[in-house]
Design a protein around this ligand. Structure first.
Ligand SMILES: [Zn+2]
Length: 202
């Protein structure tokens, strides 16, 4: 069931008016340190992040490429050691999720992990969200690189197209089981649990 208070809370977390994304200066500095010769594209990337109303962004050592929550966007610091085109793809994929949160609220994907639903329906819903983010990341990434006159090959193949349904279902079921086990009743709690499970504990 969707709680109205939860929905309001998740919308309140988004940036309001001309508030700036927390951590954006540090984030852009790290990008600049890793890919200094790509500086021509940085203003456009910064603008896209701000326009997504993402409340906070940072690089972190995580066991995933990235994760988006209603209150923050975390990108694996491993992408700083990969190609620039790959880094742009990962950042824009997560920013696409931030745009989804801003448009629909964090609850929009909650049903996948919280509602009674047939396996195939859960898979199709998650796929739709991920492929939408991929399409955005690939199209926007190409545009950003082209406009900055950067010749790097953008990632043109969607990562999610190679993830099969069984893997997606395994992920969904694992999250659902843990939500039950740890009494996670909101999508915010569930996202926080996913985040904690991929954090590299040093
Ligand atoms: Zn995604």
């Amino acid at each position: 069931m969707m709680h109205f208070e939860t929905m309001l809370l998740s919308l309140e977390m988004r940036l309001q008016g001309d508030e700036q994304t927390r951590g954006l200066d540090v984030f852009m500095n790290q990008l600049n340190n890793a890919f200094h010769d790509k500086w021509r594209s940085f203003a456009a990337l910064r603008k896209i992040i701000l326009e997504s109303k993402c409340p906070e962004i940072r690089f972190e050592n995580i066991r995933a490429l990235g994760i988006s929550m209603g209150d923050k966007c975390i990108i694996s610091d491993g992408v700083l050691r990969s190609s620039f085109a790959h880094a742009v793809y990962v950042i824009l994929h997560e920013i696409a999720h931030q745009m989804q949160y801003t448009k629909y609220g964090e609850e929009f994907a909650a049903a996948i992990f919280m509602n009674e639903m047939a396996d195939d329906q859960m898979i199709q819903m998650l796929k739709k969200i991920e492929l939408t983010a991929d399409r955005y990341a690939i199209a926007k990434g190409k545009q950003v690189l082209r406009n900055a006159n950067i010749k790097d090959l953008p990632v043109t193949r969607s990562h999610y197209k190679s993830v099969d349904d069984a893997m997606l279902l395994h992920h969904i079921k694992n999250v659902r089981e843990n939500a039950k086990k740890h009494n996670l009743n909101t999508i915010m709690d569930i996202n926080e649990w996913i985040y904690n499970s991929i954090r590299s504990k040093l």
